[in-house]
Ligand binder design. Structure first.
Ligand SMILES: *Cc1c(COP(=O)(O)O)cnc(C)c1O
Length: 403
């Protein structure tokens, strides 16, 4: 079986983890702080807080911005549940909108969905392909949209408009008009889950890039405390002589990154652009060439004049399939020992969200994209020979099912 997305675990990773384990410090400490510093330098935003998952990072920001019952957060229907679940945790309502042909949130649909209750927009760079950020950032700054905004907390007053929070779980290293995700919106959150491009097994990072008059360094401190039960000194600081006494300044959360996780991330980040991304792009290009010349397939947009994907998920579509036929094609692919996937089942199809009153028919583009989508294996250790196998297996499976 060719697996879908195994992590890259080689001697370098093992050595780095071993070093962390034997260093005498395994939870948040010097390695996490170095990883934060390196992530900040990588994308060029102002400050980075590492956390134990992308979901925790998104939720921490919603909590920081004061999102609560009665508020609305606009996000795509076409995403993983994490994007919407964190909004529900805060007691707010996820306002789902439709996507475009590139799988990303439709800016026009965002505009239609804005109300006086809107506090945050959460675009998702699906499969690693950046959203239309110039348009999204311009939209929330329009005079008429600003006038609608009702600031209810100090942070909301300071920003004076809807916060743009990118769910960049897929898109670390993606480029939009020469700039990386991390600097494209007010705040960006990466995920380092095991299947993501850059992994720490589980983990995430919050990239702070808030405009004046915010001090991103100050916001970093607030979030850091929030991620550690509202405790004013972290475990490492407390080990210093005479520094044992601590205070709890709020009922915070517990979602800090450990140095064991960071020890994986440090190696991964070091070789990300020059190695991982390069290989992923080769695989994307090979798939694109093989499927573009066959009219039964639609190749995803992943590289244009202004946008470059992080090459996370290759979102192939079958031009002539419906959901049932697509499912049959997937079964035929698995029968040939290749693991594929679907990214994603739109949230209105999920029991919880269906019961909460979302209807898939309100999202025709998301539905149409989903019905025909098959995600192909993309990872560093996938060999050229395996890439060829995937291509021929997918084509055979389509011929078998669709003729
Ligand atoms: C993986 C993922 C997340 C959450 O990341 P975790 O680190 O697993 O919490 C959020 N949004 C999207 C679109 C994802 O795919």
């Amino acid at each position: 079986m060719i697996p879908f997305s195994p992590p890259r675990i080689d001697q370098k990773i093992i050595d780095s983890v071993t070093e962390a384990l034997t260093s005498g410090w395994i939870t948040t400490g010097p390695k996490t702080k170095l990883f934060e510093k390196n992530l900040t330098a990588y994308a060029g935003h102002v400050a980075t807080l590492c956390v134990n998952s992308g979901s925790a990072g998104l939720e921490l920001i919603l909590r920081w911005y004061g999102v609560k019952e009665g508020d609305e957060v606009i996000l795509p229907a076409y995403t993983y549940a994490a994007t919407a679940n964190v909004v529900v945790h805060c007691g707010a309502r996820p306002i789902m909108v439709d996507s475009g042909d590139d799988f990303n949130i439709s800016v026009e649909a965002v505009r239609q969905a804005i109300t006086p209750r809107t506090k945050v927009v959460m675009p998702v760079d699906l499969g690693g392909y950046p959203c239309d950020y110039d348009e999204i950032n311009a939209l929330v700054k329009e005079d008429s949209i600003r006038l609608l905004f009702r600031a209810e907390t100090a942070e909301q007053q300071q920003l004076g408009r809807i916060l743009v929070l990118s769910d960049a779980a897929h898109s670390i290293g993606a480029i939009y008009k020469g700039r990386k995700t991390g600097v494209l919106t007010d705040i960006t959150v990466y995920s380092f889950h095991a299947v993501k491009n850059l992994t720490t097994a589980e983990g995430g990072a919050i990239c702070l890039n808030l405009p004046f008059p915010f001090s991103n360094e100050e916001v970093y401190k607030v979030l850091n405390t929030k991620s550690l039960h509202g405790q004013n000194k972290d475990a490492l600081a407390k080990t210093q002589i005479g520094n044992w006494k601590y205070d709890i300044v709020e009922a915070g959360y517990k979602c800090n990154m450990t140095d064991i996780m960071a020890s994986i991330g440090l190696v991964e980040l070091d070789r990300y652009d020059n190695d991982n991304i390069v290989r992923r792009r080769q695989i994307f290009d090979t798939y694109a060439e093989a499927f573009r010349s066959d009219e039964r397939f639609i190749v995803p947009e992943y590289f244009t004049d202004t946008k470059s994907s992080s090459f996370h998920v290759f979102l192939l579509r079958l031009r002539y399939a419906d959901e049932e036929k697509r499912d049959a094609v997937i079964a035929a692919i698995f029968a040939r020992q290749v693991a594929v996937n679907v990214h994603f089942r739109p949230l209105p199809l999920m029991t919880y969200y269906m019961k909460s009153g979302y209807y898939i028919h309100d999202y025709p583009v998301a539905w149409h994209n989903y019905c025909r989508e098959i995600s192909l294996p993309v990872y560093y250790d996938l060999t050229d020979e395996q890439v060829s196998t995937v291509i021929s297996v997918v084509k055979e499976a389509v011929t078998e099912v669709l003729g």
